[in-house]
Design a protein around this ligand. Structure first.
Ligand SMILES: [Zn+2]
Ligand SMILES: [Zn+2]
Length: 456
């Protein structure tokens, strides 16, 4: 069979529906015509068939039609139509009347299955047929509801595939960016070092050549003096005083005029590796972009967050909805200790701190008992913890250290530069896991547009 899963499922449902309806009509007519005749033996109390009220088969959603064609084909067993009046439930005995077992809530063939239902509440004849039809209708209803669920899941997994594709491409380009930064830094460092060696070598070579020029003149003047003295000896002249004033030769070794290879090559790899620390940051927490509100942007290195007016983020279920914020990638336990620092600059509207892992990410803002945040709105700081209060700090901190001390049961916010404690509170009542949280609202008047995790 080459039809799609969707078409086959519809076919099965329609088939069951048609059979059930036809059967009901036929039996209603038959029962009216043979009212005078004695009824078939019935063991159950139900004797009158209910009017069928089946819903029309649900049409497949038009936009998903093409997608359904891609589903694997499922073989469907053909329905028995040989003797619809008997409502046969058995392939081997299509002529045998079926009965309905109320105890097991199932229809069964009277030839092969009677022995399995001894002592059960059994319905034969009209009552049996009616119950079988009813059970078919119930199955139909369950099947439709199952199909609805499967369709929904199918489309959700499709959406997920598209999101994963986007995430992969973003992740790959960020990895490439990070390595490009290293590559260009290393290339720059290599060129700088080679330049130093070249300049040093040129300086030494020039100094050596200056020295050689001087020595060359000296050798020439020595030659002249030797010639002159030799002539005087040969011709027996008196020695000229000037010829005797010859300074002693300079020392033969010039220790300064060598390239200091050890200076350039000593622990070279270690020094390069160590210097890489200048362009890297280590932070005790990192941000999880999958939790970021759709109105914020998390930087490629997952260290900063900024407000974004026009969002193009995928609708992920983990995202925060009630604030322009983002969670850290992992939560801490109430007895843990964690310290991190955030560079907030002159940003006007931010929130930093912790939220309970149980706090809802969707809908309205959770209650204050689940939020442990330091907020700045303009020049004011607000604390939303077990109690809410407003205060004005002595000075506007541009870098704040947050310390959650699980041993001493304290949470503190400190100005990193001055060491001034902005706020401190007890965390004795905290029993849930906590997620570090950063939020940055729109901040038009400030220079700082993003708040950033820094090395503490
Ligand atoms: Zn049978
Ligand atoms: Zn039974």
């Amino acid at each position: 069979m080459d039809a799609s899963f969707e078409a086959e499922l519809d076919q099965v449902i329609n088939h069951v529906l048609v059979l059930t309806e036809e059967q009901t009509q036929r039996e209603t007519v038959a029962s009216v015509a043979s009212e005078a005749r004695p009824a078939e033996p019935v063991t159950g109390a139900v004797t009158k068939a209910e009017a069928p009220t089946p819903a029309p088969p649900a049409p497949p959603p038009p936009k998903a039609a093409a997608e359904w064609q891609q589903l694997p084909t499922v073989a469907v067993a053909p329905m028995s139509e040989k003797n619809p009046e008997n409502l046969s439930v058995c392939k081997a005995h299509p002529e045998a009347p079926a009965f309905y077992c109320q105890t097991d809530s199932t229809a069964a063939c009277s030839v092969c299955e009677s022995r399995f239902h001894e002592g059960h509440l059994i319905f034969y004849g009209e009552a049996g047929k009616m119950l079988i039809r009813q059970s078919l209708r119930n199955k139909l209803k369950a099947l439709r509801s199952f199909r609805k669920g499967e369709r929904l899941l199918y489309s959700r997994y499709g959406e997920r595939q598209a999101i994963i594709k986007k995430q992969r491409s973003r992740c790959e380009s960020n990895i490439t960016l990070a390595f490009q930064a290293f590559h260009s830094y290393l290339q720059c460092e290599e060129e700088k070092m080679l330049k130093c060696v070249e300049e040093e070598a040129n300086r030494l070579t020039w100094a050596a050549s200056q020295k050689r020029d001087t020595l060359h003149s000296s050798v020439l003047s020595c030659d002249k003096a030797i010639e002159s003295v030799t002539e005087q000896i040969v011709e027996g002249w008196q020695l000229n005083d000037s010829a005797l004033h010859i300074s002693p030769p300079e020392q033969l070794v010039c220790p300064d005029l060598f390239l200091n290879e050890a200076h350039y090559l000593g622990n070279l790899r270690y020094r390069v590796w160590n210097d890489l620390g200048k362009i890297t940051v280590f932070t005790s927490i990192i941000l999880d972009p999958n939790t970021a509100a759709t109105c914020v942007k998390v930087s490629p290195d997952l260290l900063s967050v900024s407000y974004l007016r026009n969002s193009s983020s995928e609708p992920l279920p983990q995202r925060i909805e009630w604030a322009p914020g983002v969670l850290a990638s992992r939560a801490i336990n109430p007895h843990d200790t964690l310290r991190f620092a955030v560079d907030v600059g002159d940003h006007e509207k931010f929130e930093i701190g912790f939220i309970s892992a149980k706090a809802s990410r969707k809908g309205p803002r959770p209650n204050s008992a689940q939020l442990f945040l330091l907020s700045r709105h303009g020049s004011h700081f607000l604390w939303n913890g077990d109690k809410k209060s407003a205060f004005v700090p002595r000075e506007k901190a541009d870098c704040i250290t947050i310390l959650y001390d699980g041993l001493r049961k304290m949470l503190s916010f400190t100005d990193r530069k001055s060491g001034f404690q902005l706020h401190v509170c007890s965390t004795k009542h905290i029993t849930d896991q906590l997620f570090p949280f950063l939020a940055a609202d729109e901040s038009l008047k400030s220079q700082t547009k993003r708040i950033r995790l820094v090395t503490d």
